[in-house]
Design a protein around this ligand. Structure first.
Ligand SMILES: [Zn+2]
Ligand SMILES: [Zn+2]
Length: 451
């Protein structure tokens, strides 16, 4: 018997956690942070869940015995399979016992680990990885990585990971073969990105596998946005050509496609792209990833922006000492019309030193409201814009497929049944595809479904 249980992404975007049990083998598909539910109770950094039991009590972490660090026993879970490194798909692995293996793509591992190294330090009990001057790089989880073309065998389950295009590199969909039938899980995907071909290859293979069940996301099913990375590039170009002062660009730190777009647009306008140290550190880590073709940090069109800090962390110090193209606020302030500054809401204090000249514009190039990577308070951002006298442009292409694309994907893959998750509008989704004559399910939390 093969059973599915859904614990997240039900009537909400993100926080996916799907338990799959086939004979004696149990795995979990994704184990993401639930931003929406956490926001109902917490207010970071003043009030945050300190221990797993807080999230368990609130019903935000699924009650699975023997899985969590401070709980008793060790569950016989064969592994957690991560589709991609967005926080809403992986962050709660920090609460899971370190012995349980984490299966993911190589790029996904690099991004997760790098983000831990450079991120805000949470309780040391829940480190995924950590970097200190004394101890160096330390990875606490048992990561087992794969690439497209690999077949991963976990007990009685056989998994074929296939790349998909999404707003972060290293995203995968899966064809999962079990004794009870074949399941396809899309993870998050889009069909309008720069690597749309990867998603089409996934759909092709998923179709050929004649799946019994399809688990598909539906982030954008209620609201279609017709856009592409090329469109983002063209619109950004139009704004920058007209701007005679500083251009500030705000986008997800792991959206490498968007980073590349701003790099290209900067270059075409004879501006330099000034990156944050965190971004620079990630690019350095991803340089070895040949599939990504990302620029080098020593590229003449790149600057590394050193924030005013009393005590930079070890990694930051090393980075700033390794590259000649580091720039501080004072120098940046002197050359505003020659720069695109990659900065977010969190850099607004820094703007005091940069003193943006009249005519500065802010390009907000991220709009997923639930936030896969960071939470911004839009109202507060607008207050800062008011204070500095900077107008805001919103230019974005989503990381997720549009309504008609979702429907066409389901129709193409033609499963016997489809589970609709990762959407705020499961009922709309169900209605929208009812003429496909495929059994559709909007799963209930923690209920068992036989595939
Ligand atoms: Zn997601
Ligand atoms: Zn995602």
């Amino acid at each position: 018997m093969t059973i599915l249980k859904f614990y997240g992404g039900i009537g909400e975007v993100g926080g996916n956690k799907i338990l799959l049990k086939d004979q004696d083998t149990e795995i979990l598909l994704d184990f993401g942070k639930n931003f929406e539910r956490e926001r109902q109770y917490y207010d970071a950094p003043y009030l945050e869940p300190r221990e797993e039991r807080h999230l368990l009590a609130l019903g935000i972490l699924p009650p699975i015995e023997g899985l969590y660090k401070k709980g008793e026993g060790l569950r016989d879970t064969a592994g957690i399979l991560l589709s991609h490194p967005h926080i809403d798909h992986m962050d709660y692995i920090r609460y899971i016992k370190d012995e349980i293996p984490i299966y993911c793509g190589e790029t996904t591992k690099t991004i997760i680990v790098t983000r831990e190294f450079t991120g805000r330090t949470s309780s040391s009990d829940y480190y995924i990885a950590n970097l200190t001057a004394q101890r160096g790089e330390k990875i606490f989880k048992d990561f087992r990585t794969f690439r497209t073309g690999d077949v991963v065998k976990i007990g009685s389950i056989e998994i074929e990971p296939i790349h998909v295009d999404h707003s972060v590199p290293g995203a995968y969909g899966f064809i999962i073969r079990t004794s009870g039938g074949t399941i396809v899980y899309t993870g998050d995907f889009r069909l309008h990105g720069t690597e749309a071909d990867m998603s089409f290859q996934f759909i092709e293979k998923a179709k050929a596998s004649k799946p019994d069940a399809l688990i598909i996301e539906g982030t954008n099913v209620g609201e279609g946005k017709v856009s592409s990375e090329q469109e983002v590039r063209d619109k950004t170009m139009e704004i920058i050509v007209q701007t005679k002062a500083l251009v500030i660009a705000s986008f997800s730190p792991v959206d490498i496609d968007r980073l590349r777009t701003f790099y290209e647009v900067a270059k075409a306008n004879r501006r330099k792209l000034a990156l944050s140290t965190k971004q620079a550190y990630l690019i350095e880590a991803l340089e070895e990833d040949k599939g990504l073709s990302i620029f080098n940090l020593s590229d003449p069109n790149i600057l590394i922006f050193a924030r005013q800090k009393r005590k930079p962390q070890t990694w930051e110090k090393r980075l700033l000492e390794s590259y000649p193209n580091v720039v501080e606020s004072a120098a940046l302030s002197q050359a505003q019309d020659e720069i695109i500054l990659s900065a977010t809401f969190y850099d607004m204090n820094e703007m005091c030193d940069i003193r943006p000249e009249a005519g500065t514009v802010f390009i907000l190039s991220q709009s997923e409201p639930f936030n896969e990577e960071m939470e911004i308070d839009f109202k507060k951002l607008l207050n800062w814009m008011e204070y500095y006298g900077i107008p805001l442009y919103n230019i974005h292409a989503s990381g997720h497929a549009a309504p008609l694309e979702l429907k066409e994907t389901i129709s193409q893959i033609a499963p016997k049944k489809v589970y609709l998750i990762h959407t705020e509008r499961p009922k709309l989704y169900q209605q929208f595809i009812r003429d496909l004559n495929i059994k559709t399910l909007c799963p209930e939390p923690a209920q068992e479904y036989q595939i």
